[in-house]
Design a protein around this ligand. Structure first.
Ligand SMILES: [Zn+2]
Length: 497
């Protein structure tokens, strides 16, 4: 009497047409009964794709291989076992060692016969072809969606690049002559060991143009997040980000477009590794400062940076991008400006209730989220190729990320952004006293009230003859409406720029 085991598998992918576990089991049991075989066990892999996972790596199939006493592994169809020819060859070898062979209900294949083995190998070739076409179909669907929305995957081009029309429709990436020099500058700084934060500070000081954005309060101020985003974009190495990986040729190697690259893939990977690696030694932390990045030069409307001269700690204009600022390199004592700003804050806005306002579904937040998703996808593309990776979990996570990305992309053009307002029951003065000199909290309180803070850098020096009228403060409108003051909310700290 022949002993058999039943193997059934259901895929996670909806693109892969599947027959339910129950139906597979029923067919196999009936088939075994008709043949007069004794069923020693049933092995079920649920939610496992045949394309992404070698049979040996599947939980149930590996238990099946560990079991003994059977000569037939009965399955519903060949593609329940694998869709890859190479995996199929492995599987065949594993089962041969146990003097067992695959038999399928559908088509009645029997791998133990000579002719059956030939047919089975041929069909495995088709199975692999089928898996490849499914991948192509998924890619095509995504490409179609991108084409319909008139943009590449991942939204607008990375900083330093622009879209140019391509012959035959669509757009391709090209270097943007205006901004690519700043990308090169940032690369040089990164290769010099500077952190994203330090690069952001340097680019701000040197006047690298930021992208225009209606919600950005200080145009020209770089944030480390943006620096990280554009430096880790594979376009720098001439590669095109695509579906969580880079676009690859038929040989599996990344397609390199010399026209867009500013460095070699090796240099780029090395730079990315240093940018994202945890810093070994503690880096010099800049002490927090109340007005850093908030205080703007009246002459050029760019943020002043911190400096030190013989009068002590100062703010200085370093703007030399485009037209050089007439107040460039002029300084003003930090202490004087800070005291004056605090005096006016408490005097003019001390009794105002703190409020929090944020823009719902704002484009910058979406772009940030998209950046995070691209990063996570890159990590998954790397991890999934590592030995011992939990590929199922990674693929599921990848699917979730791709869905989230598609949904975010569809929100980008959605003008339904709204302002959310929350008024607390604490006044500016009370919160300021509670902050007890904690600079990040004070920055949050001040930043919440300010519309603009400028200082006249031309009339007067840095020193002791400080005239308070050199500081101009413009407050935000106090929100009105039927928003009842909420119970005190924990302060969310605004990041220092
Ligand atoms: Zn200036």
């Amino acid at each position: 009497m022949t002993n058999c085991v039943i193997y059934v598998r259901l895929s996670i992918s909806s693109a892969e047409e599947s027959v339910s576990i129950k139906r597979q089991l029923d067919s196999c049991r009936k088939y075994a009964e008709a043949k007069g075989w004794k069923v020693l066990g049933e092995y079920v892999d649920d939610g496992v794709s045949a394309t992404n996972r070698h049979p040996r790596e599947r939980e149930a199939f590996s238990r099946l291989l560990a079991a003994n006493g059977y000569s037939v592994v009965l399955g519903w169809s060949l593609d329940r076992f694998t869709r890859r020819l190479n995996d199929f060859v492995d599987l065949d070898r594993d089962l041969n060692e146990k003097n067992a062979a695959v038999v399928t209900v559908q088509g009645g294949f029997d791998m133990s016969t000579h002719i059956g083995r030939m047919v089975v190998q041929m069909l495995a070739v088709f199975a692999e072809y089928e898996a490849a076409t499914i991948r192509e179909r998924v890619k095509a669907a995504r490409a179609h969606m991108i084409g319909k929305e008139g943009r590449r995957a991942g939204g607008r081009p990375p900083y330093g690049y622009r879209h140019v029309p391509r012959e035959g429709g669509g757009v391709v990436l090209a270097q943007d002559p205006e901004t690519i020099p700043w990308v090169k500058r940032a690369v040089a700084l990164a290769q010099d060991g500077k952190s994203p934060h330090e690069i952001a500070v340097a680019l701000t000081a040197e006047g690298a143009p930021t992208r225009a954005h209606p919600l950005r309060r200080h145009e020209g101020v770089w944030q480390k997040r943006s620096i990280q985003m554009f430096l880790t974009n594979p376009a720098l190495a001439g590669m095109v980000a695509h579906a969580g990986d880079v676009l690859r040729g038929a040989d599996g190697m990344p397609v390199i477009r010399e026209g867009i690259s500013i460095m070699t893939p090796t240099d780029w990977r090395r730079m990315c590794a240093t940018l994202t690696a945890p810093r070994g030694k503690k880096r010099r932390e800049l002490t927090p400062d109340l007005l850093n990045g908030i205080l703007v030069c009246e002459s050029c409307k760019h943020p002043l940076i911190r400096a030190v001269n013989n009068t002590g700690n100062t703010y200085r204009c370093r703007w030399r991008g485009g037209e050089e600022c007439p107040a460039r390199n002029k300084s003003i004592r930090r202490e004087f400006v800070t005291n004056e700003v605090v005096r006016r804050l408490l005097g003019e806005r001390g009794e105002v209730f703190l409020w929090t306002e944020w823009i719902d579904s704002d484009e910058e937040a979406i772009q940030d989220a998209l950046g995070d998703i691209e990063e996570a996808l890159d990590r998954i593309a790397f991890e999934v190729r590592q030995t011992g990776a939990d590929r199922i979990a990674l693929r599921l996570r990848e699917d979730a990320l791709l869905d989230r990305r598609d949904s975010l992309l569809s929100h980008l053009d959605d003008p339904g952004a709204g302002t959310v307002l929350q008024i607390s029951d604490r006044t500016v003065a009370a919160a300021w006293a509670d902050a007890d000199g904690d600079i990040p909290t004070q920055r949050y309180i001040l930043g919440g009230q300010l519309k603009a803070l400028t200082v006249d850098m031309l009339s007067g020096g840095a020193g002791v003859r400080f005239k308070p009228e050199r500081v101009s403060v413009e407050w935000r409108d106090i929100p009105t409406g039927d928003h009842a003051p909420s119970k005190s909310q924990p302060l969310e700290l605004a990041p220092e720029r």
